[in-house]
Design a protein around this ligand. Structure first.
Ligand SMILES: Cc1cc2nc3c(=O)[nH]c(=O)nc-3n(C[C@H](O)[C@H](O)[C@H](O)COP(=O)(O)OP(=O)(O)OC[C@H]3O[C@@H](n4cnc5c(N)ncnc54)[C@H](O)[C@@H]3O)c2cc1C
Length: 315
């Protein structure tokens, strides 16, 4: 009997497969982006900057800075984005929400960003303060949603505009189809890139992405990747956002609440598998949620190396 010849790629796991592909110089279009939050204390500012400096050499397409509900971090987000622009080689994008703010105030923030040299905004409606996942009441004198905000941004200056997308449905939305219609409205309003909420069910994401493409959407869709270094914290974050956590994920981290070292090892293996699979499925533009945590930055750095990004390690 002649031996069965297994092609080398299929004999490897996803991480080694990714490396083998790079060694064979098979390149894929791929971009990276990292999301940070504005710091609230001198200590959290130090943490943030340690993360930024760790990830900067990976040369991401952009980094984004979140905006607190109801404009609560307006000054801090602005200061952080400006500092990134002035002190690093990175291209910062500022998140902007319209919840609980009059149109005039939002317009002023948009103009301030343009005047400061920021050219990319992530346009969001935002959640009502203190009510993540609760009922939303737009202000009569405000922009009602991200579609109206996207239009307003375009009227003020020619920003690049990214918007949100929910592979497992926004908690307030009646259906996936409604979410896709909302995305199309945001694209008609001027959005050129969609960044997704984080998820762990890749098959569900791929089915959703297929539905989005079949609906005629052609803009880049960036899967949002959340490294799982703290499972308890992840569960708290996922629940109000309506993001299901699969049983296998719960099982993976069971009993490890007091063992951050093992959690970190499992988290990096898991995220590497997810990212390689997504890249193989044609979603090679990856957006990482860092939560300003050193553990996330370390993990993201390692995964990006697996994916073929090579930067100088920052001490
Ligand atoms: C990548 C990403 C980044 C985020 N960053 C932040 C952040 O920095 N700060 C923050 O507070 N939150 C942030 N969020 C959370 C987000 O603000 C909430 O999920 C919020 O509940 C919805 O905001 P949105 O922009 O997705 O809403 P929208 O896209 O405006 O959709 C919300 C609802 O408005 C309605 N709607 C919108 N457009 C239309 C239309 N054209 N016609 C009819 N109905 C419409 C629909 O019912 C829709 O379900 C982020 C989410 C993601 C995925």
């Amino acid at each position: 009997m002649s031996p069965v010849v297994v092609p080398i790629e299929s004999a490897l796991g996803p991480v080694a497969r990714s490396a083998a592909r790079q060694a064979g110089h098979i390149t894929r279009p791929q971009s990276l982006s990292f999301e940070f939050g504005p710091p609230s204390t001198p200590e959290s500012e130090e943490n943030l900057w340690a993360c930024i400096r760790k990830l900067e050499p990976l040369n991401p397409d952009f980094v984004s800075v979140t905006y607190g509900a109801g404009g609560s971090t307006r000054e801090r987000t602005h200061r952080t984005v400006r500092r990134i622009l002035e002190e690093t080689t990175l291209k910062p994008a500022a998140h902007l929400t319209c919840v609980d703010a009059p149109r005039g105030e939002v317009d002023e923030v948009i103009r301030d960003y343009w005047d400061a040299g920021i050219r990319h905004l992530v346009a969001l409606r935002g959640d009502p303060p203190g009510q993540l996942g609760g009922a939303y009441q737009p202000r009569a004198d405000g922009y009602a949603n991200a579609t109206e905000l996207t239009k307003a941004i375009g009227r003020i200056a020619p920003f690049e505009i990214s918007v949100s997308l929910y592979p497992q449905k926004h908690p307030e939305s009646p259906s996936i189809e409604h979410d896709i219609d909302v995305l199309k409205a945001k694209i008609d309003a001027g959005a050129t890139r969609a960044i997704t909420q984080f998820f762990f069910d890749i098959d569900a994401f791929l089915r959703f992405a297929d539905q989005v493409r079949k609906a005629g959407v052609t803009i880049p869709i960036l899967p949002g990747i959340m490294p799982v270094s703290n499972f308890k914290g992840l569960r708290k974050m996922a629940q109000p956002c309506g993001i299901p956590l699969p049983d296998w994920l719960t099982a993976l981290f069971k009993g490890l609440d007091r063992d951050p070292g093992t959690r970190q090892l499992i988290a990096s293996a898991l995220a590497a598998e997810m990212c390689v699979r997504l890249t193989e499925e044609g979603f090679g533009d990856l957006h990482f949620y860092t939560l300003n945590r050193a553990a996330h930055a370390e993990l993201v750095y390692a995964i990006c190396r697996v994916l073929g990004s090579r930067g100088e390690a920052v001490k």
